[in-house]
Design a protein around this ligand. Structure first.
Ligand SMILES: [Mg+2]
Length: 224
């Protein structure tokens, strides 16, 4: 069956999925997280950076590691690391056109917080386009790729997994997506650092693309 005949619920990650990985926002968040750890755990930047990446790998998000090991207040952390210069993020006309052609519900599913989502959507001209936003706070700060928030999103929004597709640039986030019966689409943003995750996740990826707009164009034209 063609993709667009099968799918009526479209679940998108935000960062590096709906806007380009090279926009610099990711690097800003990364830097602010390092500064947060350095300041709040009293360590120099190089140790803070090491801890940041260790927690990211072990806990799914740096935040989860900070909560579990140091009792950090998640809202404080999220406010601090999203003090970003959003002016460098811009809209992608081709992508937006293809998104608007999709029929059914559109949902944002992110490990970031809602304020960040609203700010980015405003910059990329997609404010009010999405029907639902599921952020890290709604997930009780349990990040992708843990299974629990995927089950939560299905129940909360009354989703039929077999007619849902999920798009994410982090391959391992699509492992639970596939396990709950979503069709999984990996946006290959070309990170080499995550190659182990990609190898381990490969069998869970139904589709992969280097360009989401081209993929959606094929979907809308019935080529997939
Ligand atoms: Mg992402």
């Amino acid at each position: 069956m063609k993709f667009k005949e099968k799918i009526n619920t479209w679940i998108f990650d935000l960062d590096n999925t709906l806007y380009s990985a090279d926009s610099g926002i990711f690097q800003q968040v990364h830097q602010l997280m390092g500064e947060f750890i350095s300041k709040n755990l009293n360590m120099d930047m190089s140790d803070a950076k090491k801890l940041q990446s260790k927690y990211y790998k072990q806990h799914g998000t740096t935040l989860r590691g900070l909560m579990d090991n140091h009792g950090i207040d998640p809202d404080h952390f999220l406010d601090e690391v999203h003090r970003l210069d959003y002016s460098i993020v811009g809209s992608n006309k081709t992508l937006n056109e293809e998104l608007h052609k999709l029929e059914g519900r559109k949902i944002i599913y992110t490990n970031a917080n809602k304020k960040h989502v609203i700010d980015v959507l405003d910059r990329i001209d997609l404010s009010n386009f999405f029907d639902e936003i599921f952020d890290i706070k709604m997930a009780n700060y349990i990040p992708k790729p843990e299974l629990k928030p995927y089950e939560q999103i299905i129940n909360l929004f009354n989703i039929e997994p077999k007619s849902s597709a999920m798009f994410d640039d982090i391959a391992k986030n699509l492992v639970p997506a596939k396990k709950v019966n979503f069709t999984s689409v990996w946006i290959d943003a070309g990170y080499e650092n995550f190659s182990d995750d990609i190898k381990a996740s490969k069998e869970y990826l139904d589709f992969s693309t280097r360009d989401l707009s081209l993929f959606l164009k094929d979907v809308n034209e019935g080529k997939i």
